[in-house]
Design a protein around this ligand. Structure first.
Ligand code: IPD
Ligand code: CA
Ligand code: CA
Ligand code: CA
Length: 266
């Protein structure tokens, strides 16, 4: 491997912690400074912006010359070489409402593949990490996915995007899937949904229309914990825009259920 992932995990962890602590500490003033983006439901706060700016400043010093691709300021992902991919606050709606379920997601990708990823939860101080080939961890505990083998008694994570044109179909899929599983959760932070699959807190998770910054760290953490992961465009039956992570024992059954629920059409 051209890059040793472990030092990158260390850098990402330190930077994500600092950015997340900043967002947490400034929350009261940050949520008074709210704008909307693509739709009235799609919000951004001063906390999102400040956290991304901090990540960019720190990486410019620690890893000069490496591009950063982030939700709030954009940027390019390098076709070759290392790119940092940041979601400064994943779960902005939770942050806005004072629900402590939000995270900073930061990954290092090489040639479009994540080789190091961290997801930091400012409200609890917990840190999820993974490196390619090195396993996945919650703090210092190694993670592995659930041993679920039956979809009908599985717990499924799901999400809705803030694009108005997607909601109805996402809701239709939710309704169709709800009869196929034990229960479903919409917790509001895609990175943490993927980490939950890694820890066996969810048996699986699927969502349409995520962006690279939503899944870049969490998908590596889920995969390194043993999940079957399909990223957008990787599984023909799921369409071009699906993110999927599941315990291996239910992965095929869930793909089939998603096909029957017309998930790819969203
Ligand atoms: C959102 C969250 C949410 C998911 C949305 C994302 P944001 O990210 O991850 O769980 O359902 O699709 O856009 O905007 O809070 O960073
Ligand atoms: Ca957002
Ligand atoms: Ca996000
Ligand atoms: Ca975000």
């Amino acid at each position: 491997m051209r890059f040793d992932p472990l030092p990158l995990v260390g850098i990402a962890a330190a930077v994500a912690r600092e950015a997340g602590d900043l967002a947490r500490n400034m929350r009261d003033s940050a949520v008074a400074d709210v704008d909307t983006k693509s739709t009235p439901t799609d919000v951004v706060t001063a906390g999102d912006r400040a956290a991304e700016q901090l990540v960019r400043r720190r990486l410019a010093t620690l890893r000069p010359g490496e591009p950063v691709f982030g939700e709030e300021e954009g940027g390019e992902t390098a076709a070759e070489g290392l790119t940092w991919v940041v979601d400064p606050i994943d779960g902005t709606v939770n942050y806005l409402y004072g629900i402590p379920h939000y995270a900073v997601s930061l990954a290092a990708q090489v040639d479009g593949e994540s080789i190091a990823g961290v997801v930091y939860e400012p409200a609890t101080g917990h840190l999820w990490t993974a490196s390619a080939g090195g396993g996945a961890f919650l703090d210092d505990r190694r993670l592995s996915v659930s041993d679920a083998t039956r979809l009908d008694v599985s717990l499924l994570g799901y999400g809705f995007s803030y694009r108005a044109d997607r909601r109805q179909r996402q809701a239709d899929t939710w309704a169709a899937l709800s009869t196929r599983v034990r229960d479903m959760r919409r917790a509001g932070a895609a990175s943490l949904d993927l980490c939950a699959v890694a820890a066996g807190r969810l048996d699986a998770y699927a969502e349409h229309a995520l962006n690279r910054w939503d899944w870049a760290a969490g998908a590596l953490i889920a995969r390194e914990a043993g999940a079957v992961v399909h990223l957008p465009g990787e599984h023909p039956a799921l369409g071009a825009d699906a993110t999927f992570a599941a315990a291996p024992g239910i992965a095929e059954a869930l793909v089939q259920a998603l096909v029957e629920a017309d998930f790819a059409r969203i």
